[in-house]
Write a new protein. Sequence first.
Length: 407
Amino acid sequence: MGNFEPLASKYRPKSLDDFIGQEHLVGENGPIRKFLETGNIPSMIFWGPPGTGKTTLAYILSLNLFYDFHKIQAVNSGKDTLRKIIKIALSNQQYGKKTILFLDEIHRWNKAQQDALLPYVEKGIIILIGATTENPSFTVNSALLSRTKVFVFKQQTQEDIQKLLDRIAKQEYPDIKIKKDVLEKMAELANGDIRSALNILEMTSTLVITEEEGSNNKKKKEISKDILSKAVQSPLYYDKNGEEHYNIISAIHKSMRSSNPDAACYWVERMLHAGEDPLYIARRMVRFASEDVGNSDPNALVLANTVYEACQKIGMPECSIFLVQLAIYLAKAPKDNTAEVVEMAIKKDIEEYGNLPVPMHIRNAPTQLMKDLGYGKGYEYDHDLPNKKSDQQCMPDKLKNKKYIPD
């Protein structure tokens, strides 16, 4: 590939000593380092954000183990590819050789595809290393998940990314000047993603070289903040169907529950900036208005419903301010979760007791036969009483004195 090879590929580490970050996994006492030292690798799931080293670590394992190593992309591989690898793995087993299958983006394989792999992982014919940016609890079959060890990859630190950029820039672009504050900004824009950081370095360097071509300027080429802003905009790691989606909506909900309007508004804007449907956020806020504010401020539900309807009519970007206004109101509102507690307690009794009969005296009696059978007999019409309150039994007999709502 020569000079056309991307930096992320050209400078991919070949040993754990060159690997960046994930000390908890590959450090001196890290489990994956121990596995590599013993040469005994279990089936594993590598779970973490993009650019944190999942594929690179699998590549290092492939270089340093005497295993038959196969890598496939889940997005463009299926059962036919798997069958070929299984055939090779069965042959390898006869000669005492182990087979590793690195399945990138394992979350993209459906249940049937994962089920096809399961028996071979279970019997040790294939050692699986699956990489995913999605929570494997939701995307990997429980049977397959129970036969693997899950290792969580953390976002790379800005400091580590900056050091890497500085080193590679000096090697790859010795004629280009990059000030420390620009390197810091590059590392910040990478958002914990090494691959993204190297792509930014490559784009900005190419832009500088292109702009300087034909110029008589003898000054050393430099990547300025202006060049950096031309080349890249701040990316946000967010997947509308993935775990980060649920993490951030949880942050909105819990910030409002904690009466923290600043945090609630921040997380609302984070979701909107990443392209979230404003109606999804509005629906969750309508739920919050009953679940966490309740009758301590009944207007909260009225406002939440109004904001939902306004978002439907107006749309983005104008409706974003409606959601911020609502987040402030709900965060500052008094909190009362009685409705949720009552609902959960009633559901529990329904599950335990099933279809308990309605007491006879509060049953409707539209026909003479039903009256003869005792339907409605003994019913007290509360409006006819001096205090307008009969205190008659309205619960099923098994729950006669049950109280869900505190006085």
